[in-house]
Design a protein around this ligand. Structure first.
Ligand SMILES: C[S@@+](CC[C@H](N)C(=O)[O-])C[C@H]1O[C@@H](n2cnc3c(N)ncnc32)[C@H](O)[C@@H]1O
Length: 233
């Protein structure tokens, strides 16, 4: 995203949480204990040209099934990106935020996000971008934590959110991610709980891009922010 919609003076969006990102590397084992199985179940369904949005330290990559090709990792945070480039030197890494992806319309067959929509600056814009890069027919696979509508968990989430957001690299506990997907140009095709209840309920699901006014798919990458390019895994 260059700026909030309607703004006269677009400001570049900067995602820069070095302290959080260094800590994330150290908590990977705990993250995978919580969501590793769901991540593998999600990513095995990746097909064709595959974009991982907010790739972080790259935990989604080894979980990809053999159908994923031409894997692109999008990660705007420089600290996370350094880890990605080190771990996956043959993959293409793009250093832009998901609000303004330097990718052509219809250039991806699968987009994956895991634990990312909680942190993006403009959720609606990100979902529009995902639909745009997918074009008609592509699939969006997501594994995300969501707001808990129940009392008292929801109230505790709301009370904790400001501090959580500061400590958690911009993460929000209170986002109604599923509702946002339902209101986006994507069509929600499937949804299942991974962890129910509590402060971090997690869902995984699939949506498809159903707009018919997509342009010609080119497979090309716009812009010149790639740290590394290479062959798929
Ligand atoms: C909790 S981490 C999850 C990382 C990884 N997806 C995983 O499952 O381990 C959240 C990630 O979202 C990224 N992120 C935050 N804002 C973003 C944005 N606007 N566009 C793309 N990625 C973003 C962060 O840099 C971070 O890598």
């Amino acid at each position: 995203m260059a700026a909030r919609r309607g703004s006269a003076t677009p400001k570049p969006l900067k995602v820069d949480h070095p302290w959080f990102s260094r800590g994330y590397v150290r908590t990977e084992a705990a993250v995978e204990r919580a969501v590793g199985e769901a991540r593998r179940a999600q990513n095995v369904a990746a097909r064709g040209r595959t974009l991982i949005v907010g790739a972080g330290t790259g935990l989604d990559v080894p979980a990809l099934g053999p159908g994923a090709t031409d894997v692109v990792l999008l990660e705007p945070d420089a600290t996370m990106r350094d880890v990605l480039v080190r771990r996956y030197p043959t993959l293409r890494v793009v250093g832009e935020p998901a609000e303004a992806m330097p990718l052509e319309r219809g250039s991806m067959d699968t987009v994956i996000s895991s634990l990312v929509l909680c942190s993006v600056a403009d959720l609606r814009q990100v979902l529009e971008e995902i639909a745009r890069v997918l074009g008609g027919g592509g699939q969006y696979l997501f594994l995300e934590h969501v707001a808990n509508p129940r009392w008292p968990a929801g109230a505790i989430q709301r009370a904790m959110d400001p501090l959580w957001n500061r400590m958690g690299g911009g993460c929000h506990l209170t986002r109604d991610v599923v509702q946002a997907i339902a209101e986006s140009p994507l069509q929600l095709d499937g949804l299942e709980p991974v962890h129910r209840g509590g402060l971090l309920p997690i869902v995984r699901g699939r949506a498809t891009a159903h707009r018919t006014d997509v342009g010609q798919a080119t497979g090309a990458i716009r812009g010149s922010h790639n740290q590394e390019e290479g062959s798929p895994p």
